[in-house]
Design a protein around this ligand. Structure first.
Ligand code: NCD
Ligand code: ZN
Ligand code: ZN
Length: 408
């Protein structure tokens, strides 16, 4: 079979290590079929799905149940995180045996029932992950501090969207980053910081690395492309944990990308219902919004503006995540790798149009944004899963397990 790619770029399929496709238990927001269709249409051929579901994926039994539930609905390949929770180290070991891609540690309050484990429980969880050779991905915000700030702001009567930003000052992130990096080094764990959001956090990571600590760092498309002026136009739609921050901070994240301090770009695709996002009181609105389908077009647009290169996109969104999480066959177009690839037209112009998108609710702060660069077709293990006619074929996504411990 011949694929005509005249005038197009061929990129390895993107690997988005941070999505919430909401199964089980929150399918009013998204489900695995709609989420993976959005991924396929966005040129994302592998996703890692987060465990803050109902119930949370904190036991081997729940892991097995989720795998059986979502596998038949997947249009792209997927890894599944388990939870590093309060006193579930044995369950983590059992989830590792079932093929968990890693473990999420929620240090700070966010969507779902996930109080931060105490430090001893975190340490035991880090040890369990280290023994299994798997990554722990941290949501690094200090829970006690941000809850205190939320209580204060609520008591002062503030309910506006910027109050959410005020409740999560940079040092709340810096403190959690410092604690978890230090603990992970001691426990011998591969640590990843999801959605690092502040220049101060990035500077702390540089210091920690200079001291010999090893950690990978993720920036979100949303933290790179939105700043706090968007609270005026989009209100609680852009509520996100950690928050959308001022433009100076956004510039520091871009500088971190240019310096190579950021290892991975991901989406934190975190859908909610339109009603949950439209809540007027910021403390009632839900944090997070969609992004998996718009990541590549938006980053290609940034490349057209010389904010990064297409090679950077491939490294940050495919090559490095596939290596860091030891995903066999992913992240490169080379002999011995899966034929997961995306054809993009780097010159195609358009705008972000929710009417053409595939999530259950296509409410996006990027609506109407001009784009330079479009996904033309997506291939998963050599088979078309998306082209200009739309989603192609029945779900054929597979569960991706990390490579066996000896081969990582
Ligand atoms: C995420 C969600 O809704 O699941 N929300 C968010 O604001 N980022 C949870 C998370 O990643 O913290
Ligand atoms: Zn998070
Ligand atoms: Zn998330």
């Amino acid at each position: 079979r011949v694929v005509d790619a005249a005038g197009l770029l061929v990129l390895p399929g993107l690997v988005d290590v941070h999505v919430h496709f909401r199964e089980p238990g929150m399918t009013e927001k998204e489900d695995f079929a709609s989420g993976t269709r959005a991924a396929a249409a966005g040129g994302v051929t592998t996703v890692v799905d987060m465990p803050n579901t109902v119930p949370p994926v904190a036991t081997a039994e729940e892991f097995r149940r989720k795998l059986n539930l979502v596998a038949p609905k997947a249009h792209v390949d997927f890894g599944l995180y388990g939870m590093l929770g309060q006193d579930n180290a044995e369950e983590m070991t059992a989830m590792a045996e079932l093929g968990a891609m890693g473990f999420k540690l929620f240090m700070g309050q966010t969507t779902g029932d996930n109080r931060c484990p105490d430090d001893a429980a975190i340490f035991r969880g880090l040890e369990a992950a280290a023994a299994a050779g798997l990554v722990v991905g941290a949501h690094a915000e200090n829970d006690h501090l941000l809850r205190m700030f939320i209580d204060r702001l609520r008591a002062s009567g503030r309910t506006d969207p910027r109050a959410h930003l005020a409740s999560r000052p940079a040092f709340v992130e810096v403190e959690a980053v410092t604690r978890i990096v230090t603990m992970a080094t001691e426990a011998g764990t591969k640590l990843h910081i999801h959605h690092l959001s502040t220049g101060a956090g990035l500077r702390r990571v540089r210091d920690l690395r200079a001291d010999g600590h090893r950690v990978s760092v993720e920036a979100l498309v949303a933290h790179l492309l939105l700043d706090d002026s968007a609270y005026d136009t989009h209100g609680n739609l852009i509520k996100l944990n950690p928050p959308i921050r001022p433009a100076e901070n956004v510039a520091e994240l871009w500088a971190g990308i240019a310096r190579g301090d950021v290892d991975v770009i991901a989406t934190d695709h975190a859908p909610h219902t339109p009603a949950e996002q439209a809540e007027q009181d910021v403390w009632c609105a839900h944090g997070g919004f969609i992004g998996v389908e718009t990541m590549l077009p938006l980053l290609l647009t940034a490349a057209a503006q010389d904010r990064l290169s297409v090679e950077d996109i491939v490294r940050l969104c495919s090559y490095t995540p596939a290596r860091r999480w030891s995903m066999p066959g992913k992240g490169q177009l080379a002999p011995g790798f899966d034929a997961d690839f995306v054809l993009v037209d780097p010159d195609a112009t358009g705008t972000v149009d929710p009417a053409t998108m595939h999530s259950r609710h296509n409410v996006t702060p990027y609506e109407g944004r001009p784009l330079t660069g479009a996904v033309v077709a997506t291939y998963l293990r050599g088979e078309s899963v998306y082209d200009k006619s739309g989603i192609v074929g029945a779900p054929r996504g597979r569960h991706v397990r990390p490579a066996p411990a000896g081969k990582r």
